[in-house]
Design a protein around this ligand. Sequence first.
Ligand SMILES: *Cc1c(COP(=O)(O)O)cnc(C)c1O
Length: 396
Amino acid sequence: MRGAHRTYRKAMTDRAFATRAIHAGQQPDPLTGAIIPPIYQASTHVQDGIGGYRGGFEYNRAGNPTRSSLETQLAALEGGASALSFASGLAAEDALLRGILRPGDHVLLGNDVYGGTYRLLTKVLAPWGIETTTVDLQSADAVRAAVRPETKIVWLETPSNPLLKIVDIAVIAEAAHTAGAILVVDNTFASPALQQPLALGADVVVHSTTKYLGGHSDVLGGAVVFGDDRFVEQVKFQQFAVGAVSAPLDAWLTTRGIKTLAVRVRQHSENAQAIAEWAASRPEFADVFYPGLASHPGHEIAARQMSGFGGMLSLGLSAGPAAARAFAESTSVFQLAESLGGVESLIGYPPEMTHASVRGTALAVPENIVRLSVGIEDVADLIADLEEGLARIAAS
Ligand SMILES: *Cc1c(COP(=O)(O)O)cnc(C)c1O
């Protein structure tokens, strides 16, 4: 193979983020020169004699070239040693947790992590002997008080969902390591375009690639990215033995989404900042939860550990829960739906949607909020849509 291919094979670690997002794991097809590698839509690979695998590929639960490309790209995004790709964010989390934990182990979880993570630990893994407690990770003292000899994992999410609380990753990494635990960061909300937890001391990063990485609300997926080699084999074994892998087309769609991540997230952040500032000036909103506002309690930490404030924000309606619920049903550009991170703007009422499963638990959220996933439409249209929504609920 001549020059171009050799250049591509070179590690992408010396390139900037936007370049890595486009090129890592994406060498042109060596057979035809097709600039986009083909989707290897196959379940098995022919062997050149027994055990004579081409490129190491055998059967697609164990490995698929399209999935491998995505895994290379994911590792490059987070500055990780390697990555594994899964059928969903929760499948990725499950493989990580079962790969690392054994009965009797304890997980210390932020008290505002994704509800599905809480459910996985307390409903699926608890009967297999995994103990979970929750704590406010904004306080390193609270973390030091809550860790036990059995604590294997401290698990955090920042910015958190839906109140956009900010946790200092470096501080909690140190507290976790002092206690003999590892730090896992769910980096779904920020995306690696804005925040790189491994560089701040985290050991492992997880993603729901369904959100910003895929970015177009057309594919489900998840990832585990490792800072080093300590846990790779045991999690890879779970991936192989259980089989919650990305399908080739899903992996390919995620790869395509990731290529525009840097530019999309910049626009998501710019639009969300404008909406947060607009909302802060409106009496209909008692609270605006957005780390890009100087008034946000986590603003300084966010400004330090993130390179932008992201596209997620929540608004607390002054008129209370019924108004919040009605407002979520009153917009039209912002569409009423679960999920986040796509190019289109979404609105949701967390107590009955994303956070319905934690209503009445320690993870319950205020009843007067709506959550916005701010898309990359024209921001004047987005603000006009929210204004029309306010007018509609005022008139009803
Ligand atoms: C959506 C989400 C998950 C779960 O991912 P799925 O792809 O839906 O399984 C985990 N963490 C966060 C922060 C999420 O938003």
